[in-house]
Design a protein around this ligand. Structure first.
Ligand code: OVV
Length: 407
């Protein structure tokens, strides 16, 4: 049987609109809001004819599929490939690409390393780093904020918190790009990201070894779970790889997107400056409004039904988190960036047992960064159009030219 992008194509279920759009088209990825709106308008699901799969973008169904780990599994991959039918480019993640019961053991080891208490102990150093970075950057009024701020801040604080002894920021960023772009089809974007694999994969593997980790970082906390017999030494290495896979590009994108939101909405930046404690909610609203992780797939593990739609075993479902997070049926003034709104329930960090295990840490980074911005910058002015970077699972900026006026 012929596979499309590594999965078995299904037929369109009765009553589901057939749509020939390519969600992985770089033009759609750079400017996804029309795609998001059309996806929601067409029904609870659409049939993506070029991939022989389903997609959803209304809040209720996206949440249902994304969080029901027994009907919609992750072990068959959260991209287009079905790991039962086609082999993935790297050994699967033992936390992302796995189901219960195996999932629980890995998740618990990560939860200990990323606990609220562990994150609380990082906060002061994050704030010092954010303040220092902004003090330095506002010396130069005109910046390209993706490289000057969004990439610099997380790649300064996160490898240190992990306890990486040697850090090549570009390797970390490029590895994240591989991991996320590999979730899409074999398109130009994926091929460009994967072109670096030969150099990067061995360097990431070395980063995960115990010998290359500081005794007091998060990564060593994971190895201590191996010492305690909770996981194996090999599993510890793979969980450290998960931190490197999911911990860099996500927060780089979140912080870049926050700068974009605030630069486009000066009234909201004024509100943040007036009340810097809004930093936490401003970051959360950025997650809802821009969905740094725009879409992941699930795979139906048996014939089932959602919202009256028959879904056959083996169906891939593209869960478009970015569309759900802008669903006007769920959010008042959904397309308004409002740092004071009640934003709980957004799907930018997922939902259910696979929801982002690093979310406390991600929020701590976002909060420290936006708090520093609120105190040190009086005005953020775009100096040229922002440019978005095509990515098969994320919605990141490529370039964000800004002028920062010091407070
Ligand atoms: C892209 C991504 C998200 C979450 C976890 C992982 C990767 C992983 O490698 O475990």
């Amino acid at each position: 049987m012929a596979l499309i992008e590594g999965h078995r194509a299904i037929d369109a279920p009765p009553g589901v609109e057939i749509w020939d759009i390519d969600p992985y088209d770089p033009d759609v990825q750079r400017s996804p809001s029309a795609f998001y709106a059309a996806l929601r308008a067409k029904g609870p699901f659409v049939y993506l004819s070029r991939y022989g799969m389903l997609a959803c973008g209304r809040y209720a169904e996206t949440r249902e599929v994304f969080s029901d780990h027994s009907r919609f599994v992750s072990s068959r991959g959260v991209g287009l490939q079905d790991f039962q039918l086609d082999s993935p480019w790297r050994p699967p993640s033992i936390v992302l690409e796995v189901d219960p019961p195996e999932h629980g053991k890995a998740r618990r080891a990560l939860m200990r390393a990323l606990s609220p208490k562990a994150v609380a102990e990082m906060r002061d150093s994050f704030q010092i780093a954010a303040d220092a970075l902004l003090d330095e950057v506002i010396e130069t009024p005109e910046i390209e904020a993706v490289s000057a701020l969004a990439e610099t801040f997380p790649t300064t604080v996160f490898p240190k918190a992990m306890g990486l002894l040697t850090v090549d920021r570009q390797v970390l960023i490029d590895y994240g790009s591989m991991v996320f772009n590999a979730l899409g089809p074999d398109n130009e974007t994926r091929r460009a990201a994967m072109a670096h694999a030969g150099d990067i994969v061995p360097r990431i593997a070395a980063q995960c070894e115990r010998a290359n980790l500081a005794p007091n970082g998060m990564a060593m906390t994971i190895y201590k779970a191996a010492d305690a017999g909770d996981i194996t030494e090999g599993e510890a290495g793979l969980l450290v790889r998960s931190l490197l896979s999911a911990g860099v590009d996500t927060t780089v994108t979140g912080i870049g997107n926050a700068l974009w939101c605030l630069s486009q909405n000066p009234d909201q930046f004024d509100a943040l400056r007036a009340e810097p404690s809004l930093a936490t909610n401003a970051f959360e609203e950025t997650l809802r409004y821009t969905s740094p992780v725009s879409a992941f797939c699930r795979t139906a593990n048996a014939d089932t039904e959602v919202a009256g739609v028959a879904i056959p075993e083996g169906a891939k479902i593209l869960c478009v988190l970015g569309a759900a997070n802008l669903d006007p049926g769920q959010w008042e003034n959904a397309d308004r960036f409002d740092i004071t709104r009640k934003v709980a329930g957004h799907l930018a960090l997922g939902a259910g047992i696979h929801s982002c295990v690093g979310q406390n840490l991600a929020r701590a980074e976002g909060q420290a960064f936006l708090s520093a911005l609120a105190r040190k910058v009086a005005r953020i002015e775009p100096t040229a159009e922002a440019v978005w970077r095509p990515n098969n699972a994320m919605h990141p900026l490529d370039r964000l030219p800004l002028r920062l006026i010091p407070a």
